[in-house]
Design a binder for this molecule. Sequence first.
Ligand code: SF4
Length: 461
Amino acid sequence: MSHSNSRATHGIAAGRLGAEELGCNFADVSPPLSADAAVVAADRCHYCYDAPCVAACPTGIDIPSFIRKIGNGNLKGAARDILSANPLGGMCSRVCPTEILCEGACVRNHQDGEPVRIGALQRHATDFQMAREAAGAEPLFKRTSETGRRVAVVGAGPAGLACAHTLALAGHAVTVFDAREKPGGLSEYGIAAYKTVDDFAQREVEWLLSVGGISIEQGKQLGRDLKLEALRETFDAVFIGIGLGGTQALRIEGEALEGVRDAVDFIAQLREARDLATLPVGRRVVVIGGGNTAIDATVQSRKLGAEHVTLAYRRGSAQMSATWAEQEFARTQGVTIVEWMKPLRIVGAGRVEAVEFERTALDANGALQGTGEIERIEADMVLKAIGQKLLPAGLEALQLTDGGVRIAVDADGATSLEGVWAGGDCAGHGATDLTVQAVQDGKLAARAIDRYLAAQAVKAA
Ligand code: SF4
């Protein structure tokens, strides 16, 4: 990543790198396996009984079964194993932090220090099947006969799409309402571009919808264009998977200076840009936060041509929600990670010039405290990646939890309101913010809704 084509001398500017360099920088970070490499990778699997990799997968994919099928050349069967447990298995193979899930649990780690490449194999099988179906092959899944029941799904992110697909297969008619221009939620707007090249998020949505029985209405936001009560009256059940639409503020001086923005907006703008050379980026970028959004923002700033990119986190790397592999990847891309630094104020006259931090440490009770040592990092762009929050508009009738930041749900995603389920980041059952967990939430809620609708039909008979 050189900066030889840089045209701007200071501040935020577009076109720091030429088209060729940008093309290289934003190419697929983890290119697909060749057919031969997939067979070699599959051959390393021991097909463990009670496999720890399966237990570590939130969607419970039968990993040894699909790997065995890849080894035998049965890619369609492998895809069926994956997609029946996780309809967004293609996206998850690209974005899952496999190092702390299936691959982290693989017994091969203890033998030769290298797990079976489960994520890459999953991508190999799902890409194969999706490409076949796009070329006109018979679909893997078929809907059962129509039940005549209608379900509203609010939010076309991973939770909503998994829920809609599972309900549609069970014969229900699903209408998905989504606030943005395109479906996909975080898959479309919130993931680093180099993880999901070639418009994969939209290709996956097309595959999910090809099962039939699902219609999507874009530009419909709960609380603005939709009322929960009206949805309950019009539909037989409702699933809410709206994610976390609000961003947290730092609440420090200088936050309104030009050049300070939310990392989620930066990432979304990058994902939707037709020409990456039009995207403005600073020369000296400071990203505040410790999650995957923070990592994606730092790496993409570097890839756009920023010269100095610093990720600052108020605790240590062990407490970051970004995995060690993500942190290591950022370092290999030239990102400097500074730990135990709390932002005090953003300095500048109209435009950001620097961020002042106070060093932090844990006191004897384990509480985070400022040490009084002040550090200043020069910056012409500051990206805030300190988390997102639930937008409560339209949720007034629902019980919330965790101090009002999540919708209260049971293990199946049922909310406090009869006939309404919720899942993914907006719902709270102590789960993670992972795509794969959102998929599992949507799938489990869909099964619960299916049981509920069947019970309703029996009552009505
Ligand atoms: S733990 Fe590793 S070796 Fe065992 S079944 Fe899973 S992928 Fe194969």
